[in-house]
Design a binder for this molecule. Structure first.
Ligand code: NDP
Length: 240
């Protein structure tokens, strides 16, 4: 089967940015969507706008039991699960010397444990049905380390490695890593160092809009079962 029409796809971090754009793009393509994030008001509004094939549940990806409950709720609503887009992420950048241990822990928890919790929730189902697709949103920071990005980039290198490991372990489950360059979203709004926040504003002067990444995710998901798009890197043309 090709395309995403009538497939059930879970999307995390759908309350803003790339996740929200992905939900819009996949709904347009005819998928049934189960979307999650922590901000219920945003999810409710988006689901209402996108129609009856889009349902939501509040989800904290750092909580494995919550991710399992999210997956069960999606299955109860749509009958089966065909794909998971692990998109939720945080990026409170800072230099290591600032010793922002809580922010390091938060990035590791959301960006790595969140992805693993998603895989843990869907993998037994995908193994049982001998098909499924995990799309993990990493970053260009999975390939190069940017200033003040030591921990953030480490989490994205980890997402890259986890995706590749998943791909190697299963012949009937697809695994894709999407690596965006700079995209204009709310990411980094939680940066606490004013100088780093200013630097992000400069990077954002050359940025993509989230729909560019949503189209890459749709492209990977729409391929026939036998085609696994391993990675897509998408950067602004002017990124240099
Ligand atoms: P946004 O800040 O707009 O979106 C991040 C999403 O993650 C939000 O929906 C947020 O929802 C959700 N989220 C954060 N923490 C949790 C949590 N604990 N549980 C569930 N959901 C959570 O940023 P982007 O759209 O830019 O980010 C999406 C992904 O793209 C991230 O993985 C990011 O690292 C990656 N990326 C982004 C780039 C960019 O330049 N913007 C570049 C490269 C990669 P809520 O707060 O409601 O929970």
């Amino acid at each position: 089967m090709t395309g995403v029409t009538h497939k059930t796809i879970l999307v995390t971090g759908a309350s803003s940015g790339i996740g929200e754009a992905t939900a819009r793009e996949l709904a347009k393509a005819g998928a049934s969507l189960f979307i999650g994030a922590r901000r219920a008001d945003r999810l409710e509004k988006l689901a209402a706008e996108l129609g009856e094939h889009v349902a939501y549940r509040v989800l904290d990806v750092t909580d494995g039991a919550d991710f399992e409950a999210f997956t069960e709720a999606a299955e109860a609503r749509f009958g089966r699960i065909d794909a998971l887009v692990n998109n939720a992420g945080v990026m409170p950048l800072s230099p290591l010397a600032a010793l922002k241990r809580e922010e390091w822990a938060r990035m590791i928890d959301v960006n790595i444990h969140g992805v693993l919790n998603g895989i843990a929730a869907v993998l037994p189902r995908f193994v049982a049905q001998a098909s499924g697709h995990v799309v993990n949103v990493a970053s260009i920071g999975a390939h190069l380390v940017v200033p003040t990005g030591a921990v953030y980039c480490a989490t994205k290198y980890a997402v890259w490695a986890i995706t590749e490991g998943l791909r190697q372990e299963h012949d009937d489950i697809r695994a894709t890593v999407i690596s965006p360059g700079v995209v204009a979203t709310e990411l980094g709004n939680d940066i606490t160092d004013p100088q780093v926040a200013d630097a992000l504003k400069v990077w954002r002067q050359k940025s993509l809009t989230p729909d560019a990444i949503a189209r890459a995710i749709r492209y990977a998901l729409e391929q026939p079962e036998g085609v696994d798009v391993n990675e897509v890197i998408v950067r602004p043309t002017a990124a240099g």
